[in-house]
Design a protein around this ligand. Structure first.
Ligand code: PLP
Length: 236
């Protein structure tokens, strides 16, 4: 067994990538999804830039990070063409810095934050892609809109002009058996369908599924899965 935190080598990383892509394709096929419909977002949080460098050699061009500062440390020492996604909680005072690097923010978790992102995007001449994070397990420890607050805010959110809303994101409660996470993925998809109906606007993206449960998420409609440890190994 590989020690948590041990750096992966290029050969293993390529194998892991191939294995994850194979499992993604199989889950997609089971659910009758078109090939290529689901994007793999490589989650590189806590790993040093050298590990991301290997991933770049293996053909990866987008990375998900959960802290602005960590993204700021890694981005300058890596190739300039990479795409950065912020997947962790975004503090109000870091919006400008986050947006300077991350073209996509998966963690817009309140109307207040969305308004701030919109104002700063306008000031900076940016147009970030965003997902609205939903607390599908109603966990007090997790960020995100409650379903109710999202339904209540959706018209205001849709009126914002300086961001491109891709859809919804969730981190369901951890359950040992990924099958038990299915109902949370279903819940996010159904909420999306409801909001689309209510507003007449498209919310095509569902950012859901991690190493432990991405196959179930794909079966339930994920358009992007955020995968870290299945590629890089256990974080230290
Ligand atoms: C860490 C993290 C992931 C990836 O988790 P793994 O279990 O390593 O695949 C995905 N999404 C978010 C928001 C994360 O913080």
């Amino acid at each position: 067994m590989v020690k948590p935190g041990a750096m992966v080598d290029l050969g293993t990383l390529r194998e892991n990538l191939e294995a994850v892509r194979g499992r993604m394709a199989a889950a997609g096929a089971r659910a009758g999804r078109k090939p290529g419909e689901v994007q793999l977002l490589t989650v590189s949080k806590t790993w040093p830039a050298a590990v991301l460098e290997l991933a770049v050699q293996a053909g990866i061009e987008s990375f998900g990070e959960n802290r602005v500062q960590e993204m700021e440390e890694k981005a300058p020492v890596l190739p300039g063409h990479l795409e950065w996604h912020l997947i962790g909680p975004l503090q109000k005072n870091k919006v400008r810095r986050a947006m300077a690097l991350a073209g996509t923010i998966h963690s817009v978790d309140s109307l207040e934050l969305a308004l701030r992102v919109d104002r700063i995007a306008g000031e900076e001449g940016r147009h970030p892609k965003v997902y609205w994070q939903v607390n599908v397990g109603d966990e007090t420890t997790k960020a995100g809109f409650s379903e109710e607050s999202l339904r209540g805010s959706v018209e205001d959110l849709m009126a914002l002009r300086n961001q491109e809303v891709l859809g919804l994101m969730a981190i369901p409660p951890f359950v040992p058996d990924p099958e038990e996470a299915r109902r949370f993925f279903v819940r996010l998809r159904e909420l999306r369908d409801d909001l689309e109906q209510k507003t007449g606007r498209r919310l095509p993206g569902l950012s859901m599924g991690m190493s432990h449960d991405f196959e179930v998420a794909i079966e339930e409609g994920a358009t992007v899965v955020r995968v870290g440890s299945a590629l890089f190994g256990e974080r230290g």
